[in-house]
Design a protein around this ligand. Structure first.
Ligand SMILES: *Cc1c(COP(=O)(O)O)cnc(C)c1O
Length: 439
């Protein structure tokens, strides 16, 4: 059995995230003591395949030897220094390499520690830009139905997930919500691109009326993660980019979940051949090791803040902004992308994973809308039980896999290090869990 004292101590003293704590009267916490590649190992030595990259952050496995070595080296040199008035090699190198990955179109990197802060930074920069160029009335934001951009009060303004937002509605100055291009909304005879065009017509109607007070549109490119791995056609991003240009509205690409190769290209926006005015990155950028987030933006935005007047500067900061250890983890992560040609390798892995999932679930009577974008796979399960997600999660643990459905959507978002045995284990575990959750 588990070491009961650790669980009891955890429940007494740790308020766990995104959790109704009372549920832990029935659902035991899982005490993890070690990580090894795609595996998490619990206190009894039980091995769990991390099918969701520990909340979408881990790219190259747990305790990756190359990232570990980089962090050990950095630890002996410099653990941290404030970034206002100071600089250091890891933050400069990381900024240069990310700028290069955008073809130097978004060549200015601003740092924070978590994804929600990156959202806040992009929104604040956008509105402050318009203020600096003499259009302070452009201070409203637009996001898609089902959008998720984080849970701080500012980020909730553009997050459309009721369970995260409703209790705090009185605190939030809500943005406008426009229809999602969710490909599942296709009418008979309609393609995903048709749905995207339909959603873009609604966006255009909104911007035509409200562009004068709108600072930015924020989107999760290609996959809306937290509302259930909602996937849509790149056509929407092309049209949104054109509309934002036409109506002088910034486009913010929240690539916190979909960036870092997750959808098949380093940035998801590349699949639409467009560049936004802001890119938010977090989650995978540090390989899943340390809290790190950043916002990349353009020369045009940067220039509007560059002035003799202090108040025209972007005076935002966090204590750990640009932390050297986190930046070194990110550099080691980018090294792996280069050295192992990860984007090419992932095309093969995504194909094998997709084939395995389709073979197992494609004809399942309770499964619909099986979908994939790169290293994200999802399907919806027809099940009336309100506790489907928890039942599936618990059953999956019993079969040695970590999978955590969002409502009735089962999804796979594993680290990029799975071999064929891992894929087989993951899919078999999911099949067993589905059977038990439906029973
Ligand atoms: C996870 C996530 C965030 C928030 O990041 P945190 O680090 O959890 O604050 C924002 N946007 C998207 C798309 C995310 O998936």
């Amino acid at each position: 059995m588990h070491a009961p004292s650790l669980l009891d101590r955890s429940l007494k003293s740790v308020w766990h995230p995104c959790t109704q704590m009372k549920q832990h009267e029935h659902l035991p916490l899982v005490p993890i003591v070690r990580g090894e590649g795609p595996w998490l190992i619990d206190a009894d030595g039980r091995r769990l395949l991390d099918g969701i990259s520990s909340w979408w952050v881990n790219l190259f496995g747990h305790c990756n030897p190359r990232i570990n070595a980089a962090l050990r080296d950095q630890l002996e040199r410099l653990e941290h220094v404030m970034l206002a008035g100071f600089t250091h090699e890891p933050v400069v190198q990381l900024s240069e390499r990310l700028a290069a990955l955008t073809g130097h179109r978004l060549g200015h990197a601003f740092y924070a520690s978590d994804g929600a802060s990156a959202t806040e930074i992009a929104l604040k920069m956008s509105a402050h830009y318009w203020r600096n160029v003499g259009r302070p009335e452009k201070s409203r934001f637009v996001s898609l139905a089902g959008s998720y951009h984080g849970e701080t009060v500012g980020a909730l303004a553009v997050t459309d997930v009721a369970i995260f937002r409703d209790a705090y509605a009185p605190l939030v100055r809500p943005g406008s919500i426009v229809p999602t291009p969710d490909a599942r909304l296709a009418e008979p005879g309609e393609s995903a691109a048709d749905v995207a065009r339909r959603a873009a017509v609604a966006l255009e109607a909104h911007l035509a009326e409200h562009h004068a007070e709108t600072a930015a549109l924020i989107v999760e490119p290609l996959v809306q993660g937290a509302s259930g791995m909602v996937m849509y056609d790149p056509e929407y991003l092309r049209l949104a980019r054109a509309l934002c240009d036409r109506y002088e509205v910034h486009l913010v690409a929240d690539e916190i979940a979909v960036g870092c190769g997750r959808t098949g290209t380093f940035f998801a926006c590349e699949q639409a051949a467009i560049w936004p005015d802001f890119i938010c990155l977090s989650k995978g950028i540090s390989g899943g090791y340390l809290p790190l987030s950043l916002v990349l933006t353009t020369d045009t935005i940067y220039a509007a803040f560059y002035d003799e007047a202090t108040a025209r500067g972007f005076l935002h900061s966090h204590s750990y902004t640009g932390n050297p250890l986190a930046c070194r983890a990110a550099l080691a992560t980018l090294d792996i992308f280069e050295q192992d040609d990860v984007l090419a390798a992932n095309r093969g892995l995504a194909q094998r994973l997709g084939d395995a999932v389709r073979a197992r679930f494609g004809d399942h009577p309770a499964v619909s809308h099986l979908r994939q974008r790169g290293m994200i796979l999802a399907f919806d399960v027809e099940c009336e039980r309100p506790d489907f997600s928890r039942r599936f999660f618990s059953a999956a643990l019993e079969h040695g896999v970590l999978l955590r459905p969002i409502g009735n959507t089962v999804y796979f978002m594993p680290p990029y290090v799975l071999d064929d045995d891992h894929v087989a284990h993951l899919v078999a575990g999911a099949a067993a869990a589905l059977a038990e959750a439906l029973a």
